[in-house]
Structure formats: structure tokens, C-alpha cells
Design a protein around this ligand. Structure first.
Ligand code: FAD
Length: 456
């Protein structure tokens, strides 16, 4: 169920809005606007039916914070919904405008304000790949990034993502210290600019852009190691999982990715197939070059290393992380659209028990794909199993069984953040903050279902 969303009060509002933001780049061509109003919601057959016809009325592309403020003020005056958009790689229609209005393309705000050892201050439209490329000569890089690093923005990651490559060491964005500060513009007749520091920055984390327009972020950095992509082929998923767990718990081994994947998922890995023998489960890993020797010793009892190459993110190259996280699902979807996925978090104290119980319980519908991460101080697994889709009812049943077994599910088949974010969100008062920054409920309406606008 999506919450009621405001409609344009009066059709001439859009014309008046456009006149007020004269000089800010806009696109009105309905074909282009419709194409840009989409993200990767089609991963979910449920959302595909629900969202495929949704589009904004206009795309507006501010070039700096001053233009964002002009757009926010005019939108508030004319009560026009605003949906911020970064790279539009979100998976559940996070950047799809449910109530038309303005699609706020943030890609032109892509400057790095400054960086110093351990911290970067950067505009939200910067692509994570570009940020890391700019920082690499300084010896630093982002602590974590989604597997969509090459197309996704840092603003979209903070507002819509949860973690990814690097979370095996640093946990997700929700962990204290993984977002240092955010600057947001409010949607009011006279917009305010608010700097959220420390804990307060979590008010915009995975809020789907409903709690302010982010115009700057301060993110913590990690040492930029020479990373090596490694594939370990194993006779069983149990062995791939055990190898991953042993490395995840080896605190002296510097790593960025540990991904055990069951058969037959690697059959869909195209160019990597020579390193993924038929019938074998795999562990995908990114290991810092100085830790490779110890890594090899740890995994030796569990399988055979079939691939070992320096991570290459250059043009035309496919780094190993583009087979992990939600790229794993994509590799299968490229060949077969009958599958979808779930997003799970397994309890650290019953990790194996729950991973293997769910795999056995749903042997007919689900193929296991785990991601080792740190969560609230413990090593555990997040998971994006590939699921054979039959009906929504069957998906709901699978979710209910997981939850009854203590496995948390962030449901990727709904658009609301209350149902879709769950364990991925921090414990911040996002709804209270929304009342402060978006009194008319114009920011990405329909996504925060429990919010009732405090003003008309
Ligand atoms: P968008 O999709 O454009 O936006 C995401 C949300 O942020 C929207 O609600 C939007 O309104 C809001 N937003 C964007 N910019 C702003 C702003 N300036 N101010 C306020 N709100 C804003 N996610 C992960 O966390 N980890 C993964 O490993 C991962 N892997 C993926 C793999 C694939 C193949 C795909 C398709 C998706 C994956 N995702 C993953 C989801 C998504 O790619 C990431 O969350 C990504 O960081 C989103 O960034 P984006 O720029 O594309 O954001």
C-alpha cells in the first residue's frame, strides 16, 4: 500500500513554478522525463506492475545549492512534489515520483569541496567511482560503496542505500561514524539550510530523500589498499560459507568483500565462468595485496583458488564486485527474468543455523547468496538470495517464515521506507525531522507512509 500523495493543486501551478525558476535547466519532454523517472524497481515483479507508469511532470537539474534553494522555495509556494534523483540505481522505486511533479536531478552537484586524511566533504551528485578516483593519489578511498559504484552517487547511496563493498570491515551506513555530516535544504517558502553533524546525520540515511534535499556530505575514508579480486571454488556452499566466515573473523586480514554464492548462480557469470567450474559453489573476495598470503592459507582447506587478479575498475573492465551484492541477482536476471530476490539479515548468534535452515526450507524457491558484514559490532551475514518468483503471496509467505525464524527482512517489493528499510535504517527520528523540513509533505510523497503533513 502506498500512502496518499499530494496532487498538483492547480494545473497552472507548474507554469508558475517554471517561471519562478527561470534559468535553472529543465526538461519537459515527456519521453525523457518518463525514462529518467525510473530506477531498478523492475527487479520486483510486484513493483514493476505498480510503478511502471509513474513519471514526473518535469525534470529540473540545479547546478549548485543556490539553485536547489530556488527550486525548493518555488515548489513549496506552489505545493509541487519533489523527488530527488541521483544515478537512479535504487531497487524499489526510491527515486520514482509517485505523484508526478518535479524530478530533481542532482548529478550536476558533483564537486569535492575538500578532503583531508580520513575525511571527504563532497556534493551529493558525485559518483562514488569518481570520488575514489580523485582521492586515490592521496592514499584514501570511501570506506564502502554499493556494487553500483560506477553509476551511483554518494547522495543516492546515503539516502537510499545501506552498505556494500567494505561493509565486511566497517559495517553499513547505519553504524555510528559512517556518515559524518550532511547539509540539507528544507522545502518551505523560505528554505533553510541545515547542517546535521554526527548522530544527527542519520536523519537523512536511507530516508529515500523524504527528509530534506542533501547538498553536501562529509564521509569518512579508509586506506586505499591495492585490492586483489579472488575466486575460491568449493565443492559445497557449506565450504564456501565456512571459508568466508573464517576470513571474516580473521581480524588481521584486510578485506573488502566476502561473498559465498551457491550453485547454480555462478553459471550466470558469463566472462567469469572459466573460474566458476560447473556444480561448484564460490566465494568471491577482495583482499588487500599484503594480506593475500595469509588469506590463501586460511581458505586452502575449503576449496581451490581459480582467479586472482588486481581489482580493475578501468573503462571496459568488470571488477569482481560487479558479481556481488545486488549485481549477483542482475547477472541471473540478464538471462532469465523469472527470478527476483529478498534482502535478509541473519542473527549473528545463530548465523549458520538460520542460513542453512532457510536454504533447506526453501530449496525449491531460493538459491543462497550471502554477504559477510559487520552489524552492530558482530560479524554476520546479510543476504540477497535469488528467488524463483511465482506469486506475491508466496513471497509474503517466505518473508513471514524468515521473520518467524529470527531473520530480518528489508522487503524489496514495497515502496515505503517503513516496510522496505527495517534493519537497514539507523535509530534516528526521521519522521520528527521530516515535520521540521518538509511541512507540506512534498518530498518524495508516498514513500514515508506514516508521515502526515503538518501544514496544508
Ligand atoms: P538514486 O536511485 O537516484 O536515489 C536513491 C534515493 O536517494 C531516492 O529515494 C532519491 O530520492 C534519494 N536521493 C538521491 N539524491 C538525493 C539528494 N541529493 N538528497 C536527498 N535524497 C536524494 N545498494 C546498496 O546499498 N548496496 C549495494 O551493494 C547495492 N547494489 C546494487 C546493485 C545493483 C545491480 C542495483 C541495481 C542496485 C544496487 N543497490 C545497492 C541499490 C543502489 O544502487 C544504491 O543504493 C545506490 O547507492 C543508489 O544511488 P543512486 O545515485 O543511484 O540513487
Amino acid at each position: 500500500m502506498t500512502a496518499a500523495a499530494p496532487k498538483l493543486r492547480d494545473p497552472s501551478a507548474l507554469d508558475a513554478f517554471l517561471a519562478e525558476i527561470d534559468g535553472v535547466p529543465t526538461v519537459l519532454d515527456p519521453v525523457v522525463v518518463r525514462r529518467r523517472s525510473r530506477d531498478f524497481f523492475w527487479y520486483s515483479p510486484v513493483l514493476n506492475a505498480e510503478l511502471k507508469d509513474k513519471a514526473a511532470d518535469v525534470m529540473v537539474s540545479p547546478r549548485d545549492e543556490a539553485e536547489v534553494i530556488r527550486v525548493a522555495a518555488a515548489a513549496a509556494r506552489h505545493r509541487i512534489p519533489i523527488t530527488p534523483r541521483g544515478g537512479a540505481t535504487g531497487n524499489y522505486g526510491q527515486a520514482v515520483p509517485l505523484a508526478g511533479g518535479i524530478l530533481l536531478d542532482m548529478l550536476a552537484l558533483d564537486r569535492i569541496a575538500w578532503s583531508k586524511p580520513g575525511i571527504v566533504r563532497v556534493e551529493p551528485g558525485a559518483k562514488m567511482h569518481d570520488i575514489d578516483a580523485a582521492l586515490r593519489p592521496t592514499g584514501w578511498e570511501l570506506r564502502m560503496h554499493p556494487s553500483t559504484k560506477r553509476t551511483a552517487t554518494i547522495g543516492g547511496f546515503v539516502a537510499g542505500g545501506s552498505g556494500g563493498v567494505g561493509s565486511v570491515t566497517y559495517g553499513g551506513l547505519r553504524e555510528p561514524g559512517n556518515i559524518l555530516a550532511a547539509r540539507v535544504v528544507t522545502v518551505e517558502e523560505t528554505p533553510r539550510v541545515i547542517e546535521l553533524r554526527g548522530d544527527a546525520a542519520q536523519k537523512i540515511n536511507r530516508a529515500y530523500g523524504t527528509t530534506g534535499i542533501i547538498t553536501m556530505l562529509e564521509m569518512p575514508l579508509a586506506p586505499a589498499w591495492p585490492w586483489v579480486d579472488v575466486i575460491l571454488a568449493c565443492d559445497t556452499f557449506e565450504a564456501a560459507f565456512a571459508a568466508g566466515k573464517a576470513v571474516a573473523r580473521a581480524d588481521g586480514v584486510v578485506k573488502k568483500l566476502l561473498t559465498p554464492i551457491d550453485t547454480p548462480i555462478p553459471d550466470y557469470f558469463g566472462p567469469l565462468k572459466p573460474a566458476c567450474p560447473a556444480g561448484k559453489a564460490v566465494l568471491l573476495a577482495m583482499i588487500a595485496e599484503p594480506s593475500l598470503e595469509v588469506f590463501r592459507d586460511i581458505v586452502a582447506p575449503f576449496g581451490t583458488i581459480t582467479h586472482e587478479e588486481p581489482t580493475d575498475e578501468g573503462a571496459g573492465k568488470v571488477p569482481l564486485y560487479e558479481y556481488a551484492w545486488n549485481h549477483t541477482t542482475l547477472q541471473w536476471l540478464k538471462a532469465d527474468r523469472s527470478v527476483t530476490y529478498l534482502q535478509c539479515l541473519f542473527p549473528p548468534d545463530r548465523l549458520e543455523e538460520t542460513v542453512f535452515a532457510m536454504r533447506e526450507r526453501f530449496a525449491e524457491d531460493l538459491v543462497a547468496h550471502c554477504e559477510f558484514i559487520r552489524f552492530a559490532g558482530s560479524v554476520t551475514c546479510s543476504a540477497l538470495p535469488v528467488v524463483r518468483y511465482t506469486t506475491k503471496e508466496r513471497l509474503d509467505e517466505m518473508i513471514a517464515v524468515h521473520e518467524a525464524n529470527g531473520v530480518l527482512i528489508a522487503n524489496p517489493h514495497v515502496v515505503t521506507l517503513e516496510d522496505g528499510s527495517r534493519h537497514k535504517r539507523a535509530d534516528a527520528d526521521q519522521i520528527g525531522f521530516k515535520a521540521e523540513v518538509d511541512p507540506y509533505g512534498l518530498l518524495n510523497p508516498g514513500k514515508m507512509r506514516t508521515y502526515v503533513p503538518r501544514a496544508g
